[in-house]
Ligand binder design. Structure first.
Ligand SMILES: C[S@@+](CC[C@H](N)C(=O)[O-])C[C@H]1O[C@@H](n2cnc3c(N)ncnc32)[C@H](O)[C@@H]1O
Length: 288
C-alpha cells in the first residue's frame, strides 16, 4: 500500500512540474508565439529608404501606443520551438524553453540530493521564469535553507562596451522587465517569500559586493561578453565543489562563449562542458 501512495505522490509531483513548465514557458497558449511590434532606433535601418520606412513604422506604433493599442504580428505556435527555447514568447516567464528548465531541475535536485552547500543564483533573469522554477523546486523538496538570488538591471541589457561585446539589445523594450513585474510574477505562482532576493543594477556594480556566501547553482544568462565575464569573475570562486555553472548563451552568442572559454583557460578549469540543447552548456565544479 505504501508503494502505491509513494507512486501516486510521485505522479502528482511530475504533473505539477509539467504544469509549471507549461505556465512558465506559456506553452498552453498559441498567442504566446505572437510578436509585439516595437519601435527601433533609426540608426538600425540601412540607407535612406530603410530609415524612411522605419520612421513611418515607428510613428504608427507610437500613435497606436498613445491610444493604449499594442500592435502584434501573429505567428504560428511551434511546440518544438518552445521546447528548445527557440522563440521568444510574447507572454510567459522565460525565453529558455522546457528543455533548459529540465536542466535547471537536474541541477537543483542534484545539489539537494548530494547536499552541495550554497544558494541558487541567476545573473540575467528577465521575467523571472528560471529563478521561479528554482524556487518552486526548493519548495517542493522542502528546502527552507537556501536563497534564490535574482541579479538583473531590471531595465534590460546595457549597450555593448565595444564591437566584440555582442549584439546591441539595449533599446529593445521586450527585454526590459521591471523589478516590480518580476516580483509580481513570483507572487502570482505563490513563490515569493524572504528566500527570494533581488540584486538590482548592472552586474559590474552589484556582483562585486553581492552578499552571497556560497553558491550551489550559478546560472548565467546575460548574453554579452562583459555580462558573462562580470558574473564569472565575481561569483565563480563562491561556487561550491560539486556545484553547477550553467551558461545559457554559450552556443548562440559568440561573445558569451569567448568569455567562458577565456575564463576557463585562465583559471585552469578543465571540468567537461555538457551540452543541454542548441544554446546552453553546463559544468560541475570538481569535488576535491
Ligand atoms: C536573455 S535575458 C534572461 C532570460 C532569463 N534567464 C529567462 O529565463 O528567460 C537577459 C537578461 O540579462 C539582463 N542583463 C544582461 N546584462 C546585464 C548586466 N550587465 N547587468 C544587469 N543585467 C543584465 C537583462 O536585463 C535581461 O533581463
Amino acid at each position: 500500500m505504501d508503494s502505491h501512495v509513494v507512486s501516486d505522490s510521485g505522479r502528482a509531483t511530475e504533473r505539477y512540474l509539467e504544469a509549471l513548465k507549461t505556465i512558465i514557458t506559456a506553452s498552453a497558449y498559441d498567442e504566446s508565439a505572437w510578436r509585439v511590434i516595437e519601435t527601433a532606433p533609426l540608426h538600425s535601418a540601412q540607407g535612406f529608404g530603410g530609415r524612411l520606412r522605419l520612421g513611418l513604422k515607428n510613428a504608427v506604433v507610437r500613435a497606436f501606443a498613445r491610444r493604449g493599442i499594442v500592435l502584434c504580428k501573429a505567428r504560428r505556435f511551434s511546440a518544438e520551438a518552445r521546447e528548445l527555447g527557440r522563440d521568444w514568447p510574447m507572454i510567459g516567464f522565460t525565453m529558455t524553453g522546457k528543455k533548459r528548465l529540465d536542466n535547471t531541475r537536474l541541477a537543483v535536485e542534484t545539489v539537494l540530493r548530494e547536499n552541495v552547500p550554497g544558494d541558487l543564483m541567476e545573473t540575467g533573469v528577465w521575467r523571472g521564469g528560471s529563478v521561479m522554477f528554482m524556487k518552486a523546486l526548493l519548495d517542493l523538496h522542502g528546502d527552507r535553507t537556501r536563497t534564490v538570488w535574482c541579479a538583473d538591471s531590471f531595465e534590460g541589457l546595457p549597450p555593448p562596451v565595444d564591437d566584440a561585446d555582442g549584439d546591441d539589445l539595449s533599446e529593445l523594450g521586450y527585454v526590459k522587465v521591471s523589478l516590480e513585474a518580476v516580483k509580481g510574477n513570483f507572487a502570482r505562482l505563490g513563490l515569493l517569500d524572504e528566500r527570494v532576493k533581488f540584486l538590482k543594477g548592472w552586474f559590474s556594480d552589484t556582483l562585486p559586493t553581492a552578499p552571497v556566501e556560497r553558491i550551489a547553482l550559478l546560472r548565467l544568462d546575460g548574453d554579452l561578453y562583459s555580462s558573462t565575464m562580470d558574473a564569472l569573475t565575481n561569483l565563480y570562486h563562491k561556487v561550491s565543489p560539486g556545484g553547477f555553472v550553467i551558461v545559457d548563451d554559450y552556443q548562440q552568442w559568440p561573445a558569451c562563449k569567448r568569455a567562458v572559454d577565456e575564463f576557463r583557460a585562465t583559471q585552469g578549469i578543465t571540468e567537461p562542458l555538457h551540452f543541454v540543447d542548441q544554446d546552453a552548456v553546463y559544468w560541475r565544479r570538481a569535488t576535491i
